[in-house]
Design a protein around this ligand. Structure first.
Ligand SMILES: [Zn+2]
Length: 200
C-alpha cells in the first residue's frame, strides 16, 4: 500500500529561511544581476515565501483530507465527477509551472466524500515537485485507498512551461494523462461516459 503521508519534512527542518534566501541570492548573482540593488533587495525573502505557497502540498495529508465521509446519499451509485479543477503544479526537472485542469471522478460504494475535499486532494499532490504521470496516479490511488469506491477516474490536461518557454519552445501544447481503477477500468462504457463528461 502506498504511503499517502508525506516524507518531506526532515530535510526541510535542517534548512532555515536564511539558507533559502542565501540560495536565491546566489542564483541572482549567477544570472548576472546584483542581489544588493534596491529592486532585488527584498526578492530573496519574497521568493522564499512564494516557495512556501507553491510547495504547500508537502505539508498536506491526503488521507486526512479524505477522512470524513457521508453515508446518507440514498444509495447513489453512479459517477460523481468534478470537472475542470484548476491545477497548478511544478515540474521536478526544471521547477517550471505545470498549469492545467484535473477531472476527478469516482463511483461510490455506499459512502461519499465532500466535493471540496477532492479539489483539496488535487492541491495536496500538485503543490509539490511533480511529474504529470505520477501526479495522476497519486490522486487516483489516494481516493481508491482511502474511500474504497467501486472505481476512480482521473484525467489531467496541462501545459508544461518547461516545454513552452524553453527547450523546444512549443506553446499551447496540452499533455493529457488519465488513470482508471475498478469499474472505470473494467467497464468500457463507464470509462467512455467519464471521457465524454471530461470533454475528451
Ligand atoms: Zn520540466
Amino acid at each position: 500500500m502506498t504511503n499517502l503521508a508525506l516524507q518531506p519534512a526532515q530535510a526541510a527542518l535542517t534548512v532555515t529561511q536564511d539558507d533559502a534566501e542565501d540560495a536565491v541570492r546566489t542564483l541572482l548573482r549567477w544570472i548576472g544581476d546584483d542581489p544588493d540593488r534596491e529592486g532585488l533587495r527584498e526578492t530573496p525573502s519574497r521568493v522564499a515565501r512564494a516557495f512556501t505557497e507553491w510547495f504547500s502540498g508537502y505539508e498536506a495529508n491526503p488521507s486526512e483530507i479524505l477522512s470524513k465521509t457521508f453515508g446518507e446519499v440514498e444509495r447513489y451509485n453512479d459517477i460523481v465527477h468534478l470537472r475542470g479543477i484548476r491545477l497548478e503544479s511544478y515540474c521536478e526537472h526544471h521547477l517550471a509551472p505545470i498549469i492545467g485542469t484535473a477531472d476527478v471522478a469516482y463511483v461510490p460504494c455506499g459512502r461519499v466524500v465532500g466535493l471540496s475535499k477532492l479539489a483539496r486532494l488535487v492541491d495536496a499532490y500538485s503543490k509539490r515537485l511533480q511529474v504529470q504521470e505520477k501526479l495522476t496516479v497519486q490522486i487516483a490511488n489516494a481516493i481508491d485507498e482511502t474511500l474504497a469506491p467501486k472505481g476512480v477516474a482521473v484525467l489531467i490536461r496541462a501545459e508544461h512551461h518547461c516545454m513552452a518557454t524553453r527547450g523546444v519552445h512549443k506553446h499551447g501544447v496540452d499533455t493529457i494523462t488519465n488513470q482508471f481503477t475498478g469499474v472505470f477500468q473494467t467497464d468500457l462504457a463507464l470509462q467512455k461516459r467519464f471521457l465524454s463528461f471530461a470533454g475528451v
